[in-house]
Design a protein around this ligand. Structure first.
Ligand code: MN
Length: 217
């Protein structure tokens, strides 16, 4: 049984999303992915698996709901509180993506339909990259390590901004929790893909037997 993570901020006073958006986006949409996942894995090979393992190995409805649980978990941390970027991340962005803000916003604005825009670290190329994923797709399945994400499904902004995705993105960008993103970058360099497993394990501890509650086997 997976549980819905708690919001890492007070929904009454978040700079990016209103309390009403939180009640739908977290309380209904995110909760539904968790509920669906719990129902779908019953009686399957994934019944006792950790969330990371399910995301890595499943397909169809199980994958869609598992990946959406993780994508939303990560998104809430990215907007928990406005904070500053570490010097290390700032230097790395200047090197790999000197026009980061413009490119990231362009990626999020132009994504067609429902999906996510991400800043990721690629251990293979040792580079920061901006990528889009559609629907429930997540960088985790292709070995990329998420550092920052913005949800551009309409449910993320329609309550507060109606159809104005750009207005939502502007607010999002002004209030990024760079503390969290900087820490994700630091852990990505140190631990590679294990940093993703630890993150998921912290939020969705499940008896995987590794002693870290991370469902990493
Ligand atoms: Mn969403």
């Amino acid at each position: 049984m997976f549980n819905l993570r708690k919001l890492p901020f007070d929904p009454k006073s978040n700079a990016v999303v209103s309390e009403e958006t939180c009640s739908y986006h977290h309380g209904k949409h995110h909760q539904t992915y968790v509920t669906n996942l719990n129902n779908l894995i019953k009686g399957t090979e994934f019944e006792n698996s950790g969330l990371y393992e399910i995301i890595s190995k499943s397909s169809g409805g199980i994958f869609n709901n598992a990946a959406q649980v993780y994508n939303h978990d990560f998104y809430w941390d990215c907007i928990a509180k406005k904070s500053d970027m570490s010097d290390e991340l700032k230097a790395r962005l200047q090197k790999d993506l000197p026009n980061f803000k413009e490119e990231f916003l362009k990626s999020a604005t132009t994504l067609f339909g429902s999906g996510w825009a991400w800043l990721v670290y690629s251990p293979k190329s040792d580079k920061l990259e901006i990528i889009q994923t559609s629907n429930a797709q997540t960088p985790v399945t292709v070995g990329l390590i998420p550092l920052l994400v913005v949800d551009v499904w309409e449910h993320a902004y329609y309550v507060d901004h109606r159809n104005a995705r750009a207005a939502y993105l502007e607010k999002f960008y002004e209030n990024i929790n760079w503390d969290f993103v900087s820490a994700a970058y630091e852990w990505a360099l140190k631990e590679g893909v294990n940093s993703v497993k630890y993150y998921i394990g912290e939020l969705h501890a499940k008896g995987c037997g590794c002693g870290k509650g991370c469902g990493c086997h």
